[in-house]
Write a protein that binds this ligand. Structure first.
Ligand SMILES: [Zn+2]
Ligand SMILES: [Zn+2]
Length: 599
């Protein structure tokens, strides 16, 4: 299994060998926080576009505009209908192709509750239906998603966690409807939006987390969520398929919270005839009449991965396709989740299951119980998306790629950062030479344009120069590091880290990994200024959870001194061997640490 470790190179650590003494945060003026796009375009009534829409001004403050360049006219009440691809209204004599409503108003379409709007909408007609696009402030959209997706949540913290998950989900997947001229539809295809359900409480909760997004590896995370896991979440791999690398924050884990609620068991049955028709409608044809349905194998969480369906011959069907066929053609309440036993009863198939939804990511019942038990929304998010971190940042940094045979460089400003490519290439070769190890993948260097973006994307404080995870190094703006005199040494340090980490045996203590990297980057200078320490468990604790910058700085120096001493005694090659095979007992026993996170 691939290891995901986060290593932060501190500028402090680099200062030990550098003349630069200016803390990075002091050298740079505080930049203003950038915001998410203020307005997202939402297609309302996406699945069932109405034929007619009734509009009524509220507080007498609405205007209608029948084309982009037309004059705005005050609106009191207006009924607009689709006629082919043109609009007819009781106000305008001529048919229009376009109508824009601004101000504060109420809109209602047949068969749905009236919606209060204080955001603009645009109305067009297509095949006798109205296409209605709302230009909504992001946080109002999130409040509407909370109304649609959270049912009757009571806990404020659980709702806050959901508002972050919903916002991050929107940012991660971006627009699935860009070609149609809007960002999100109002169905579960994007996220279920219920504007009629927005109240002041949901609005306040969305605002209280405004702009906050969960980040992983410099990108908004894929924050899947679902109703109830029934006691164990599912590994993201099973619903993401091969399109996306399995995200480590979507791994399977047990959920001690939702099971306190009990009651997640269900049973249901379908007739073999309905089942046969549902499968056939999705292109799964069972030869002859269905005689038996059996679980072929299960995922690690216990959910059905494949079934064998037998008629006059057997067909293997994935659990996901099986559930979606039954859901779409018979009813989603029949198979609430993929966690069930199945038994044949003549012309019926009976299911006994638990949980509800796909099981990947945040369990809403568990989140609600965590909230009721006094956990904060940060704790809820950390429990269901471990390894991500919360931050506010500009949406969609436009990464551009520069690459050579050895390194991939991602930057929003290629002209500025082009010169980093040869520097990184040089240190890559130097690192391979000094360790005798070879990079196992092409290192990727992500260079941020501002400290704010770096901090919010990585979760590292602004005084951290770079952060490495897997094969990705995330780097502060080069100018900032150049001014501190640490650009070259930071790149060298991170590249060495990546190489060492990709070979390090699980559980290798951090003092050894960190110390070895520091030692290898400047073997001559190492260990001259700091006394060697034998208290390795205190050192390890200082590196993992420092209480102050001073403590961390001292720990780095001690780690370096310790490794330098070991290198003098045993030789560098032995130390590199230890990275791969483990430390000798006299060094590892005293450290007494849990395996590093993410293994
Ligand atoms: Zn959609
Ligand atoms: Zn759960």
């Amino acid at each position: 299994m691939k290891r995901f470790l986060t290593i932060a190179t501190l500028l402090l650590a680099v200062w030990i060998r550098s003349d630069a003494r200016t803390p990075i945060g002091d050298a740079t003026p505080a930049s203003t926080q950038s915001q998410f796009p203020q307005v997202v375009r939402i297609r309302l009534w996406y699945l069932h576009p109405p034929h007619e829409l009734k509009l009524r001004a509220e507080a007498g403050r609405a205007n209608a505009q029948s084309c982009r360049t037309c004059k705005e006219t005050p609106l009191t009440t207006l009924t607009v209908r689709a006629s082919g691809s043109s609009l007819q209204s009781d106000a305008a004599r001529a048919a229009n192709s376009d109508l824009r409503i601004t101000g504060t108003f109420q809109m209602s379409a047949a068969d749905s509750p009236p919606i209060h709007a204080d955001f603009p909408i645009e109305v067009r007609a297509d095949q006798n239906h109205l296409l209605i696009t709302a230009y909504m402030p992001m946080e109002e959209y999130i409040a509407g998603v909370l109304a649609g997706e959270t049912g009757n949540f009571k806990s404020e913290e659980a709702l806050k966690a959901m508002s972050v998950a919903a916002r991050t989900y929107a940012e991660h997947f971006g627009s699935r409807h860009a070609l149609d001229g809007f960002e999100f539809c109002d169905t579960t295809h994007c996220q279920d939006l219920r504007l009629a359900g927005i109240d002041t409480r949901l609005r306040r909760i969305a605002e209280s987390t405004a702009g906050e997004v969960l980040w992983y590896d410099g990108e908004p995370a894929a924050t899947y969520y679902f109703a109830n896991c029934g006691g164990t979440t599912e590994d993201g791999h099973y619903i993401l398929g091969n399109d996306e690398a399995p995200a480590p924050y979507l791994k399977q884990h047990s959920d001690r919270y939702c099971i306190r609620n009990g009651g997640s068991q269900w049973s249901s049955e379908v007739s073999t005839r309905d089942l046969q028709a549902a499968l056939a409608a999705d292109g799964i044809n069972i030869p002859g009449k269905i005689r038996s349905v059996a679980v072929l194998n299960r995922t690690a969480s216990g959910r059905v991965e494949f079934l064998r369906i037998t008629g006059n011959g057997s067909v293997t069907v994935s659990g996901l396709l099986f559930r979606s066929a039954i859901g779409r053609h018979i009813g989603w309440e029949k198979l609430k989740s993929n966690w069930y036993d199945v038994s044949d009863h003549g012309d019926r198939v009976v299911f006994h299951g638990r949980g509800s939804g796909h099981g990947v990511g945040l369990c809403q019942v568990g989140a609600e119980i965590m909230g009721e038990e006094g956990h904060s929304y940060r704790e809820i998010l950390a429990f269901y998306y471990p390894g991500t971190h919360l931050g506010v940042a500009a949406q969609g940094i436009q990464w551009q790629q520069l690459a050579n045979d050895d390194i991939e460089l991602l930057t929003p400003r290629p002209d500025r950062d082009r010169s980093l490519l040869p520097i990184a290439t040089r240190y890559l070769h130097e690192s391979e030479e000094s360790t005798g190890l070879i990079y196992r993948g092409k290192p990727r260097l992500k260079v941020y344009a501002t400290i704010t973006e770096f901090r919010d994307s990585t979760g590292e404080p602004g005084w951290v120069a770079a952060s490495t995870r897997g094969r990705t190094i995330q780097l502060q703006p080069p100018d900032v590091l150049r001014n501190a005199g640490t650009l070259d040494s930071t790149i060298h340090h991170e590249l060495l880290h990546m190489l060492i980490e990709s070979y390090a045996r699980p559980g290798t203590p951090q003092w050894f990994r960190e110390g070895l990297v520091l030692y290898l980057s400047t073997p001559q200078a190492a260990g001259m200024k700091t006394a060697n320490t034998d208290d390795l468990s205190t050192l390890e604790k200082s590196l993992r959870s420092p209480q102050s910058e001073q403590e961390l700085r001292r720990a780095y120096a001690q780690a370096e001194a310790k490794v330098a001493m070991l290198a003098q005694q045993r030789g560098k090659e032995v130390l590199i061997d230890w990275i791969q095979k483990g430390l000798p007992p006299e060094l590892s026993a005293r450290t007494n640490v849990r395996p590093a996170e993410g293994q």
